[in-house]
Design a protein around this ligand. Structure first.
Ligand SMILES: Cc1cc2nc3c(=O)[nH]c(=O)nc-3n(C[C@H](O)[C@H](O)[C@H](O)COP(=O)(O)OP(=O)(O)OC[C@H]3O[C@@H](n4cnc5c(N)ncnc54)[C@H](O)[C@@H]3O)c2cc1C
Length: 189
């Protein structure tokens, strides 16, 4: 009885239809998908770096729900995710090959506890370690630290199988060389 009451009290989380505002191939195997959040949904889609979105679609009568970490950082105009193709994967191959700008996707508001709270007064040297598409929440956290904590530094160790499949290569170069200089550094393994 107690369990039933608890379930009834759980908040209902909705999916919202969001049009795709931007679509860019990050590599031959991964696509970055960006959404512009309408003003009336701004509170629902407020997020912390490291959180993820859940997307829903249906294929051949089957509902598919998949989670994708947010790779943008709070404060950016668009909220973005990156979907890497998985061999035989139903959602990831469809997202890479079929989606177009203007298509609507059903998206649940951000969730997840893998995050980091930044403090402007903090002066730390962070070491981030990521591999493959695991970079997505990390790049959001890195960007937020560099933007918020003006004297902190971030070092990233990033493992990938091939140079051609490295996600966010340009964005990482830009963090290192143009935006934050020596406060941002990364090493490929
Ligand atoms: C919190 C979280 C964050 C994530 N963030 C990201 C991210 O930022 N970027 C990203 O690319 N991914 C991310 N993922 C993974 C993502 O959610 C999906 O799992 C991934 O895209 C694969 O989904 P899919 O539908 O393409 O594959 P699926 O269709 O689910 O298939 C997955 C694998 O299982 C095999 N398979 C499927 N059905 C069967 C079957 N009946 N029998 C045997 N094998 C089968 C497929 O061949 C494939 O190899 C995240 C996951 C979580 C939980």
């Amino acid at each position: 009885m107690f369990r039933a009451v608890r379930l009834l009290q759980m908040p209902l989380v909705n999916f919202y239809k969001l049009p795709i505002e931007g679509l860019s191939k990050e590599t031959a195997e991964a696509v970055k998908i960006s959404f512009k959040i309408p003003r009336e949904l701004a509170n629902d889609f407020t997020y912390l770096p490291g959180q993820y979105l859940t997307l829903r679609t249906s294929k051949n009568g089957e509902e598919l729900r998949r989670c994708y970490s947010i790779c943008s950082a709070p404060g950016e105009e668009l909220i973005s995710i990156a979907v890497k193709k998985v061999a035989g994967g139903r959602f990831s191959i469809w997202a890479n090959e079929q989606l177009r700008v203007g298509d609507e996707l059903e998206v649940m508001p951000p969730d997840g506890r893998f995050t980091h709270s930044c403090s402007a007064s903090s002066a730390q040297h962070y070491l981030c370690v990521a591999a493959g598409s695991g970079i997505t929440p990390i790049i959001s956290i890195m960007k937020t630290i560099l933007k918020t904590e003006h004297t902190s530094k971030v070092t990233l160790v990033f493992g990938n199988q091939k140079v051609s499949t490295v996600l966010f290569l340009q964005a990482l170069e830009s963090l290192k060389n143009q935006i934050y200089g020596t406060r941002s550094d990364y090493t490929h393994t």
